[in-house]
Design a protein around this ligand. Sequence first.
Ligand SMILES: Nc1ncnc2c1ncn2[C@@H]1O[C@H](COP(=O)(O)OP(=O)(O)OP(=O)(O)O)[C@@H](O)[C@H]1O
Ligand SMILES: [Mg+2]
Length: 579
Amino acid sequence: MIKQLAAHIKDYKTASIKTGIYVSFEVLMEVAIPFLMAYLIDYGIEAGNMNLIIGLGLGMLLAAGLSLFFGLLSAHYAAKASAGYAKNLRQAIFYKVQEFSFTNIDKFSTASLITRQTTDITNIQNAYQMIIRVAVRAPIMLIFSLVMAFSINPELSLIFLAVIPLLGVGLYVIVVKAHPIFEKVFRTYDHLNNVVQENLRGIRVVKSFVREDHEEKKFEEVSERIYQQFSKAEKILAFNAPLMQFAIYTSILLISWFGAQMIVSGYMTTGQLASLITYATSILMSLMMLSFVFVMITISRASAERVVEVLNETVDLENPNSPVTTVKNGNVTFTNVGFSYSNSLDKLCLQDVNLKIASGQTIGIIGGTGSSKSSLVQLIPRLYDVTTGIVEVGDVDVRKYDLQTLRDAVSVVLQKNILFSGTIKENLRWGNKEATDEQMIHACKLAQADEFISAFPDGYDTYIEQGGGNVSGGQKQRLCIARALLKNPKILILDDSTSAVDTRTDALIREAFLKEIPHITKFIIAQRIASVMDADAIIVMEEGRIDAMGSHEELLASNEIYQEVYHSQLKGGNDFDEQ
Ligand SMILES: Nc1ncnc2c1ncn2[C@@H]1O[C@H](COP(=O)(O)OP(=O)(O)OP(=O)(O)O)[C@@H](O)[C@H]1O
Ligand SMILES: [Mg+2]
């Protein structure tokens, strides 16, 4: 895990190393001060040597100034290195998520991915900053002070050897106990984000169902849980400080006690005792800092694991090694296809699908909700991979294509579609970056969108709010169709894409398709028989299988499900706006 995380330090390695170097200088200056102090007391003050006092005093001042200077430099580089490192990690996660297939995306929730990008990376950033400063500073200070202490008085310094292992054991216990709680805390964070996100995204629904109280309760529950877990973890971590204090003061007390006796019996000078006590404080301070690093690592370890989990996720839809980069035609063939979202054979949501569709045909697909219509068409642009069997486009297995080639040739208007914040033109250019105004207007005319777009005061430059909030459902669907058409695909899939469009406009769209893009293979999933009845063939789906396939007349004569749907829709009367 550490190796993997370290790989993302990249261009901030120099800043990290500089931090370490400046920290070392800072510490060296700091530890020189008590050393000079002992000299000053013993040979300056006690001997009454004024020149030496002034010289050493200036030396100490210089050391303090330099230590401040190096300290500032190291803080500067530490901030730069850790913030840069966090930036790299965020980028790595974002890019990784862009590579994800639909299956990968299904696995991580949006909320969890957001927590990982924000809270978790901030934890790592803080820990990293601490590590490059303190993890360099503390050991240098510790070793240097220990050496100095032993050189002044080895017997008294033995006290440290007794205290340090005790501290070690205490810290170990704290870390082991706190880590699992922090793991839990971050999972609860995911949950909290999920609650907030769902609420904000669905705020209109929440309001129209007057569910504010329920939502508030849901939120309170999670935030209470975070509070509980956090305070539990922090309580354990809080033992760190008293443990340290206890160790520090015990050692100083013991050193003073024995030291005083040694001075009385002439074994040691006052200056030596003074600097020994200063070193004792530095030794224990550095231990304290190390313990903070441990605490920080404990908190961030849970975060690091979560970040690495995303980075390590194997993208299950990869480009093949020598991919096919042209799609010859719009033929689509399914051979014994079975498909399961969880990739397990006993939970197939599509079974025994066999289809042979020639370029330029229009295929209607109808079937009850949950009959796997969407699942069927998502296999064509390889949004998911089949579990068994083969899907071919242009007579080549879809898994052999370069993904971009395939998805450029197979344009899907997904059932749950979305527009992005930006102008209509910007949204349309998702279909084709280089689309000219004429091409955009042509596509919008086909999708029957030109008329309402032109009626907007800003026309094609009208700003679309996030998620397409400021256009109607039917307008949004038509914009999505136009966007898909701009790709100039060989195969066009409309997954229930005219459900919010009135029947007359729906008919106009189909008419325009027939006249203007007859060479494109078209799949039209619809709830209305009227939307599919003039297709070359209609597929009737039932519980993940193809129940029947044929023309409107054939199905009306022979297929029970089709007859039922047809008659129920006929009886229900036409839409009010139908001629
Ligand atoms: N991302 C997913 N992960 C797991 N299961 C899914 C996923 N999407 C759909 N399913 C399941 O697969 C089955 C078929 O769903 P599908 O969306 O293909 O039906 P559909 O015919 O398009 O329905 P509708 O007419 O409501 O759009 C359903 O039982 C559904 O619960
Ligand atoms: Mg569907």
